[in-house]
Design a protein around this ligand. Structure first.
Ligand code: PMP
Length: 430
């Protein structure tokens, strides 16, 4: 049994001063029937808790640490930037450099605005789409998560569903009525919504590969179909690549599936672990953003020099590492194959889903193509699996409705350990 004494003590204390003892809900381990581990430090493929336990990290700060923790090049860039002050509140050269790099790597982005989180990016993107089209409604998909902006907390995935609160109190009826929802991977449902709301819908926003109901892939022709409907109806296609951007390819899911967004939202990897988000797209649309245009959006710490230094260092590594995505896919494939072999040996028909370095083992025998499908999972079994993996030294996302993020820091040694641990854990809980 893991010794968790110091974590338990910190969690007891934390609950006196922080709501639920954590600064973001899923961290609380509520869905898996345990208490959170408090992390002391992390390096490469491993996280170390305050009691001295080591874990192979399969979350990687929910995506940003694609090279693993405390990457030397990213740390060096941050250390070099620190003496020049932590914030200017005025433009700096690094902001121009990162904007050039992002527009170079993501073909659909001609201009980009930096913000401080994925939530800020999606909130700004939807406001921009509304300002640009002069329409008020939008379509989002059940089980997709786009941060905690009011308009997105309708049928939301990730922590919202893990906590059983996909529609949050505090979101006004007025706001909610402008968010139309549809099941993922169903073009007919979109056509029906569009016909019932002619010339009123500003945008469709989606995760091109959903990661917040577990990893759910778009079916053949789905993304192209959405692109076509947006073109026909004068709607803005917002592709939320906060998770998939620079994870599936340097050009994100748009590169993998060959579709082009009107507006793309980014976060996670582009900050190298610092609080960064961005939204960008067609010049014609981005020029609606203040001070060039009338749609207001601002930020005291936006384009912060330390965040930009970390993001630039990570994006340059990605740009120069031609084999990165191939390597990540191979590592993830090994893990997926290893787990598949254990499932087979145990006569279990659970559905698994993988693309690049994103993977989910769904505790259901149904195929998972949308949120309804994902909800058929046996959550109690998932909780047991999560805790058994933790005992084996593997730190998974503490919810069935999340994706594993594989980092390049994993070597064959860790990959074997993960597969072994999964075999033992699956056996123990069945
Ligand atoms: N969009 C997507 C697709 C996300 O996965 C997330 C966070 N997991 C967000 C937006 C919100 O980003 P943040 O937590 O940085 O606000």
């Amino acid at each position: 049994m893991l010794i968790k004494e110091k974590s338990q003590k910190l969690f007891s204390e934390a609950q006196n001063y922080i709501p639920g003892g954590v600064n973001s809900p899923v961290r609380a381990f509520k869905a898996v029937g345990g208490n959170p581990l408090f992390i002391d430090h992390a390096k490469g493929a491993y996280m170390y808790d305050v009691d001295g336990n080591a874990y192979i990290d399969m979350i990687n700060s929910w995506g940003p640490m694609i090279f693993g923790h405390a990457d030397e090049q990213v740390l060096k860039a941050v250390q070099e930037a620190i003496p020049s002050s932590l914030s200017f509140g005025a433009p700096g050269a690094a902001e121009v450099e990162i904007a050039e790099l992002i527009t170079d790597l993501v073909p659909s982005i001609e201009k980009v605005r930096m913000v401080n989180s994925g939530t800020e990016a999606t909130m700004s993107a939807i406001r921009l789409a509304r300002g640009y089209t002069g329409r008020e409604k939008m379509i989002k998909f059940e089980g997709c998560y786009h941060g905690h902006g009011d308009s997105f907390l309708i049928a939301a995935g990730s922590g919202a569903i893990t906590m059983g609160e996909p529609n949050s109190p505090g979101v006004t009826v007025g706001t909610a009525k402008d968010t139309l929802t549809a099941p993922f991977n169903d073009l007919e449902a979109i056509r029906t919504l569009v016909n019932a709301n002619k010339d009123q819908i500003a945008a469709i926003i989606l995760e091109p590969v959903a990661g917040n109901m577990g990893c759910v892939l778009p079916q053949e022709g789905y993304l192209e179909g959405l692109r076509q409907i947006c073109d026909e109806e004068g709607m803005v296609l917002i592709v939320d690549e906060v998770m998939t951007g620079f994870r599936l390819a340097a050009g994100g899911a748009q590169e993998v599936f060959n579709v082009k967004a009107d507006i793309t939202t980014l976060g996670k990897i582009i900050g190298g672990g610092m609080p960064v988000g961005a939204y960008g797209g067609k010049k014609e649309i981005m020029d609606f953003v203040s001070p060039q245009g009338p749609v207001y959006q601002a930020g005291t710490l936006s384009g912060n020099p330390i965040s930009m230094a970390a993001g630039l260092a990570q994006l340059k590594r990605i740009k120069n590492d031609k084999d990165l995505y191939q390597r990540l896919t191979e590592k993830t494939q090994k893990i997926a194959d290893g787990i598949a072999a254990h499932l087979k040996a145990l006569n279990l028909n659970y559905y698994t889903s993988q693309i690049g370095s994103m993977y989910t083992l769904f505790f259901t025998e149904n195929e998972v193509h949308n949120f309804e499908d994902a909800k058929s999972c046996d959550l109690e079994k998932f909780g047991k699996f999560f805790n058994a993996m933790l005992e084996e030294g593997v730190y998974l996302p503490p919810s069935q409705f999340e994706t594993w993020f594989i980092s390049d820091a994993l070597t064959d040694k860790e990959i074997s350990k993960i597969i072994d641990a999964a075999g033992k854990a699956l056996k123990a809980i069945h």
